[in-house]
Design a protein around this ligand. Structure first.
Ligand SMILES: C[C@H](O)[C@@H](O)[C@@H](O)[C@H](O)C(=O)O
Ligand SMILES: [Mg+2]
Length: 434
């Protein structure tokens, strides 16, 4: 069947919640009891294939994202896949350009998280129809088509379509080498699973030992709850992982600007590779100040709560961050991610996507791999986050080998959940919630 014969006949949404707060999995100084959740959408077609997408939340409020998906998804019903993919920027704008819905953003918050779910479901459908994993679909796009999937409004002062095209064209001749490398060796990763704030010291120690045995070399610790505890944890983790392994720290936005600078002083002894989300994600100049003071002792990373390409643009322009942590759902899906990857390339900022949650690893493995093959063309200092939760609920879960992601091969965006998992964890009536 050709894409012009594949028509979207309808959609359904699901509110899926996992009770991860029970064991404080995913806990940090700001988010003390997350229940990893997915506002989920499925597009049905006349061709038997489905497009799946989700946006990640941490529990309460997931129903608000589902409501926003219901406001957006009907816009694609009745359209053919060919119509939707001939120009992905126009398709993206069908969602972000609805003037009434735009008012409750624009391009931020719930409506934008939900835009991510809906547009990602179309990318999933497209990749399935082409019989390719999403990363390969993008890798095989012509530079022109890739640029045509991006909305340059608000960022053309930082990168023009012509500059984006030049980046892609320059990388074209060497693409195949990097693709072969990804297929053979996979993408390097770091683990956050050892360091959730709510875990006991014994548990952290045990998890570090397991991770070392599995071949991990990069570890992330949560900080920002209690300074004494942070110091003790850092000492413990360093004892286990040694002086040469990488240790990242993540404060999840709990500090004011000066407080971030002060709090980090005694932690610098433990050689944190980066401090993540030291303050409000909206505070571009605050990040720049923190970076100025803490450099070169540690680096600044942020992105999981950066709401769109405009804020990323300003973080780059203000030299406020050393690592760009794009999130696959927070910004408006693959299209907007591509624009941020291109800006990061232009500004020379390495991209280490935010991952974990539920489904984020499944999504971001594609983004990290395609970034390396077609955009960054360099893996200097880039590691993709890994969190070892909930992968068993996916039809095509991530596969890890020696601290690296194995490149996915199944067609689609790897985000389709098993039907049994959807019904068991659906809120509030799934059997897990009874
Ligand atoms: C509530 C979540 O688990 C966060 O702690 C998580 O996204 C974290 O910031 C991360 O970097 O993985
Ligand atoms: Mg984080």
């Amino acid at each position: 069947m050709t894409n012009s014969n594949i028509t979207i006949t309808g959609y359904e949404t699901r509110d899926i919640r996992f009770p991860t707060s029970k064991h404080l999995d995913g806990s940090d100084a700001m988010n003390k009891d997350p229940d990893y959740s997915a506002a989920y959408v499925i597009f049905h077609t006349n061709a038997g294939i489905e497009g799946h997408g989700l946006t990640f939340t941490i529990g309460r409020g997931n129903e608000i994202c589902v409501a926003a998906i219901k406001a957006l998804a009907p816009k694609f019903v009745g359209k053919t896949l060919a119509e939707l993919t001939v120009n992905m920027r126009d398709t993206w704008r069908i969602l972000t350009g609805d003037s009434q819905l735009r008012w409750i953003g624009p391009e931020k918050g719930v409506i934008h998280l939900s835009t991510g779910a809906v547009i990602n479901a179309i990318w999933d459908l497209w990749a399935k129809a082409e019989g390719k994993p999403l990363w390969k679909l993008v890798v095989d796009m012509s530079p022109e088509d890739l640029v045509n999937s991006i909305d340059f409004r608000y960022i053309s002062d930082a990168i023009t379509p012509e500059e984006a095209l030049a980046i892609l064209k320059k990388n074209e001749p060497t693409k195949a080498v990097r693709e072969a490398e990804m297929r053979e060796h996979g993408y390097p990763a770091y683990t956050t699973s050892i360091g959730w704030l709510g875990y006991s010291e014994e548990k952290v120690r045990e998890l570090c030992r397991d991770a070392i045995a599995e071949g991990w070399t990069h570890f992330k610790q949560k900080v920002g709850g209690n300074l004494e505890q942070d110091i003790q944890r850092a000492r413990l983790i360093r004892e286990e992982i040694g002086a040469d392994a990488y240790l990242m720290m993540d404060a999840n936005q709990v500090w004011d600007v000066q407080q971030a600078i002060d709090w980090m002083q005694p932690l610098l002894e433990f050689k944190p590779y980066w401090i993540e989300e030291p303050t409000s994600p909206d505070d571009i100049l605050g990040h720049a100040t923190i970076r100025k003071v803490l450099s070169p002792h540690t680096k600044i990373a942020t992105g999981e709560h950066i709401q769109n390409r405009v804020i990323f643009k300003q973080l780059f322009q203000a030299k406020a961050i050393d690592f760009c942590q794009i999130d696959s759902c927070r910004v408006g899906g693959v299209n907007e991610v591509l624009s941020i990857l291109l800006m990061a390339k232009k500004f020379g900022v390495p991209v280490c996507p935010h991952s974990g949650g539920v489904g984020l690893c499944e999504y971001t493995q594609h983004l990290a791999i395609l970034n390396y093959i077609v955009i960054s063309a360099s893996n200097d200092n880039c590691v993709l986050e890994f969190v070892d939760h909930l992968h068993e609920h996916f039809v095509d879960p991530v596969r890890m080998k020696g601290g690296r992601y194995v490149a996915p091969t199944m067609p689609g965006y790897s985000i389709e959940m098993k039907k049994e998992s959807i019904s068991a964890y659906e809120f509030p009536l799934g059997k897990v919630h009874k």
